[in-house]
Design a protein around this ligand. Structure first.
Ligand code: ATP
Ligand code: MG
Ligand code: MG
Length: 568
């Protein structure tokens, strides 16, 4: 993606570097550890780390852990894992440490005292309801709090009482003294500190007052020497406040905030709160359920870091909100896997073929475990010779997909390019065969199709006039790997499941997971590796599941089908 025009942030950075405003840029990705990262975070990660990479700068990974109520070490661990997996490195190579906002709590506290000393902050005892009334509205200016004009000494004493735990949660807050008539409501004496009598995952019980996002974020940036602090559009209205703190505090550097449009994907929910609800209420099987739009879910499903990074590159960075079609993400995944996934054959719904004249298979037939076997070869990938070759055992009995055979001889060759009674088809990499007759059980279900092979047709055309309907995949009925296959579809069947008043839970797709037992995969998949996707020919892209696979029964997740089934 280096050939496309520069986006607005790249233009700003180019100018800043040219004009010598900065000699090196420093960005940051600042998640709150209150959930797993999702595809929207991937956009922010690719943006912030991508800019640092492109301009020879540095990007910090910083946990914005200022609210202990919903945060957890599990989330910290998963976030670190996800950023690494996407292929990004934070900090300097020589000093690759993760940052925590909570490490700066002493400094924030000092800065709060600084504002009180400058008569720019006060402790306010209005109840939340009263505070709301005093704040005013967009049309109406607010009113000054009756606590606004207390003395510096009183404020210092009250703030010390807050810090010492002498007040209950909600009893009072520390507020900045800015302007209750400001048109921007964020400037109407915003809260700096609130009381939370809760243990913090990093600082334990050291604090019972915690800074707000607004009082923390810009100062975190200043401490770390962030040059370009990039956040999503809803923070544009907070920028004057961000700048007010930077101007009114003795901070060590002068960061600037820029805003970009957050990623909104159709058919998808990307709010940590809602994703957590899906997990907590058991609608999905954990944060890394392969149907989740989380990075860990997409990883488990078989999406690759390259596909996610390409996707972020394709959608680009803009200053106005718009919805992105989830089909674009699926396209990026399919495109990457088509280029890179080794090929394999796997039969999901097996139907047995018996090749009655197997003794005519050719000179190469050898005995493998006592069974006559013809080893045929197929490329690991049609145009990636470095992926080598697969050797496939062709035997008297093979499985094909139940859906690849019909007795209905009226179907045209164009409509049904598979096996039909009395007609020819090629088994991929092996012979052309002809369906001779079927065996059925008492219920009338076909149990076996008896076929004959056409001799000398491996890698060679059949005799003149004999025209196979198509090429189908197969596996040996005796030499294969038994496996389970999990087919996923979109988790929501509505294109905007949480828009407006809608309850996203009402739109969960009941068919988002189909478990297929008794699938038969070619032998090479015995060595299938985690994190490696395979194209199961004619079926889609599949990856070994890290949770449910066992030594004896691999489980494969379908990352994505070969074609977009949602497109009209
Ligand atoms: P959520 O709404 O899912 O809780 P959040 O913004 O509260 O997300 P944070 O942990 O604060 O989550 O996000 C870390 C960074 O990721 C922020 O800089 C935020 O702007 C960015 N981010 C979050 N969601 C998106 C999104 N959908 N598109 C782009 N960036 C996002
Ligand atoms: Mg946030
Ligand atoms: Mg949030």
């Amino acid at each position: 993606g280096q050939d496309r025009p520069l986006n607005f942030l790249e233009q700003i950075i180019t100018k800043d570097l040219q004009e010598g405003k900065h000699s090196q840029i420093v960005t940051r990705f600042p998640p709150e550890p209150n959930g797993y990262l999702h595809i929207g975070h991937a956009k922010s990660i690719c943006l912030n780390f991508g800019l640092a990479e492109r301009f020879g700068g540095v990007c910090n990974l910083r946990f914005d852990d200022t609210n202990p109520a919903k945060e957890d070490q599990e989330y910290i661990d998963s976030i670190i894992e996800d950023v690494k997996w996407l292929g990004f490195q934070w900090g300097q190579e020589s000093n690759a440490e993760v940052k925590f906002a909570s490490k700066y709590f002493d400094q924030f506290y000092e800065w709060a005292l600084h504002l009180i000393h400058d008569n720019k902050a006060y402790v306010c005892h209005l109840s939340p309801d009263e505070a709301r009334q005093y704040r005013g509205t967009l049309k109406e200016p607010g009113k000054n709090s009756p606590y606004r004009d207390r003395s510096k000494e009183e404020n210092l004493a009250e703030f010390e009482k807050m810090r010492a735990g002498e007040y209950d949660e909600g009893a009072c807050v520390l507020r900045a003294k800015i302007d209750m008539a400001a048109p921007n409501i964020n400037l109407r004496d915003p809260i700096l500190y609130r009381i939370r009598k809760q243990s913090h995952h990093q600082t334990g019980d050291q604090w019972c007052i915690y800074p707000t996002y607004d009082f923390a974020h810009g100062q975190e940036d200043a401490i770390e020497g962030i040059t370009h602090s990039i956040c999503t559009l809803e923070f544009a209205d907070h920028r004057p406040l961000y700048e007010w703190f930077i101007e009114n505090l003795p901070v060590p550097s002068q960061p600037t905030q820029y805003e970009f449009a957050r990623l909104q994907l159709n058919y998808t929910v990307t709010s940590k709160r809602k994703l957590k609800q899906l997990v907590d209420e058991g609608h999905v099987d954990g944060w890394d359920d392969p149907r989740m739009p989380t990075i860990s879910g997409m990883r488990r499903r078989g999406y690759t870091p390259r596909a996610l990074r390409n996707f972020c590159d394709i959608i680009g960075v803009t200053k106005s909100d718009s919805q992105v079609d989830v089909g674009m993400l699926e396209y990026a995944v399919r495109d990457d896997l088509n280029d890179n996934a080794p090929r394999a054959m796997c039969v999901l719904q097996p139907l047995k073929l018996v090749i009655t004249n197997f003794d005519e298979a050719g000179d190469g037939v050898e005995s493998s475990g006592g069974e006559p076997t013809l080893w045929v070869t197929q490329p690991g990938h049609p145009n990636r010779p470095e992926l080598g070759e697969r050797k496939l055992p062709f035997t008297k009995e093979v499985y094909i997909e139940r859906g690849d055979f019909t007795e209905d001889t009226s179907l045209s060759r164009k409509k049904f390019k598979r096996l039909v009674s009395g007609d020819y088809v090629r088994l991929r990499g092996a012979h052309v065969i002809k369906a001779e007759r079927v065996e059925k059980d008492e219920a009338g279900e076909i149990t076996e199709v008896h076929c004959t092979l056409v001799p000398n047709t491996v890698g060679a055309n059949p005799p003149e006039g004999m025209k196979p309907r198509g090429v189908i995949h197969w596996v040996s009925a005796t030499q294969h790997v038994n496996c389970q296959v999990r087919l996923y579809d979109r988790l929501f069947n509505d294109d905007a499941p949480d828009a407006g008043e809608k309850n996203f839970l009402d739109f969960i797709n009941p068919d988002s997971l189909t478990i297929v037992d008794g699938a038969k995969a070619e032998l090479s998949l015995r060595d299938a590796q985690l994190e490696q996707s395979y194209q199961f020919e004619r079926e889609g892209y599949f990856t070994l599941d890290r949770r449910y696979s066992t030594e004896t029964l691999p489980v494969f997740n379908r990352a994505i089908g070969l074609k977009d089934t949602w497109a009209n």
